[in-house]
Write a protein that binds this ligand. Structure first.
Ligand code: GTP
Length: 251
C-alpha cells in the first residue's frame, strides 16, 4: 500500500523544491517515490513529475479562453480537474511506488477555504495512509506575528483535510543561527511566542486566550529543513514514519 504525502504551504514556501528533494532523499534510501504535480499553472518544475495535472488541464489556456486572471484561472482549473478525477486517479493507481508526493499549487485557498482541493485529494488518496506537510517559509517566521499567522493557516488546512499534519519550516540555510534559535524557542515554549507578539496579535484575544491558542497550534510536529543542503530531511523522514507507519522504519 503506498503512502501519500501532500505538500502544502503559502506561495514560495518551498513546496516544489521540497517535493523534488524528498523524492531524491527517499530514492537514496532505496525507496520508490513518485511525484504528482497538482499545480495546473506551474511553468517550470525542478523535477520530472511522474503524474502531471497539466496533462488534464492547463491554467494558462483556461485564463485565455475565459478571460480570467491567474487566481480565477487556478480555481476554475481545479474545478475542471475535479470533473476528470477518475482519469487522474487511474493514472496514479497505475504506478506502484512506496510513496506518492503530491505537490500542490501556491494559491492554497483551494485547500484552506474551498471544497475542491479536499475533494480532489480525498479522491486520489482514498483509504490509503496519508500525511500533510504544511510548509512555513523560515525567512518569514523570524517575525513572531508572521509565525502566528502561519500557524493559523496551518490549522485552517488541517480543519479542512483532517490529515495527520507536520509543520515544516523551510530555508533554514538562509536564517542566521541566533534567529533560528529564536524560532526553536517559540516552538518549544508557546509562552515565549505569546510574549514576543506585537500588540496587533492581541486585537481579538486576551493574553491568556492567545497562550491557550498557541498551545493548541503547537500540537503539530514541527521539523526544520533546508531544501538546499538537505539538513533536516532525516528528521522529516522520521516524523513521517511516526505519522504514516507508526514509527516503523523502512530502510
Ligand atoms: P509556488 O508553487 O509558486 O507557491 O512556490 P513553492 O512553494 O513551490 O516554492 P519553490 O519550491 O518554488 O521555492 C521558491 C523559491 O525558494 C525558489 O527560488 C527556491 O529555490 C527557493 N527555496 C525553496 N526552499 C529553499 C530552501 O530550503 N533554501 C533556500 N535557500 N532556498 C529555497
Amino acid at each position: 500500500m503506498p503512502y501519500y504525502i501532500v505538500v502544502l504551504g503559502t506561495a514560495g514556501s518551498g513546496k516544489t523544491t521540497l517535493s523534488g528533494s524528498l523524492r531524491e532523499y527517499l530514492e537514496d534510501h532505496s525507496l520508490d517515490a513518485a511525484i504528482v504535480n497538482l499545480d495546473p499553472a506551474v511553468e517550470k518544475l525542478p523535477y520530472d513529475p511522474d503524474v502531471d495535472v497539466r496533462d488534464y488541464v492547463d491554467a494558462r489556456e483556461v485564463m485565455e479562453k475565459y478571460g480570467l486572471g491567474p487566481n480565477g484561472a487556478l480555481i476554475a482549473s481545479m474545478d475542471m480537474l475535479a470533473l476528470k478525477i477518475n482519469d487522474l486517479r487511474e493514472e496514479i493507481e497505475g504506478l506502484r511506488p512506496n510513496y506518492f508526493i503530491i505537490d500542490t499549487p501556491g494559491q492554497m485557498e483551494v485547500f484552506a477555504f474551498r471544497e475542491t482541493g479536499p475533494i480532489i485529494l480525498n479522491s486520489i488518496i482514498g483509504e490509503n495512509r496519508r500525511a500533510s506537510l504544511f510548509l512555513i517559509d523560515g525567512l518569514q517566521v523570524v517575525n513572531p506575528n508572521n509565525l502566528l499567522s502561519s500557524l493559523l493557516l496551518s490549522a485552517s488546512v488541517h480543519a479542512r483535510l483532517a490529515y495527520p499534519q507536520i509543520n515544516v519550516v523551510t530555508k533554514t540555510d538562509l536564517i542566521p543561527g541566533d534567529e533560528l534559535g529564536k524560532i526553536d524557542e517559540y516552538f518549544e515554549d508557546p509562552y515565549s511566542l505569546a510574549e514576543a507578539l506585537n500588540s496587533p496579535g492581541y486585537l481579538i484575544w486576551s493574553k491568556d486566550e492567545i497562550e491557550l491558542l498557541l498551545e493548541k497550534l503547537m500540537l503539530f510536529d514541527v521539523v526544520k529543513v533546508s531544501n538546499v543542503s538537505g539538513e533536516g530531511l532525516d528528521e522529516l523522514y522520521a516524523a513521517l514514519q511516526r505519522v504514516l507507519a507508526g514509527g516503523e522504519d523502512y530502510y
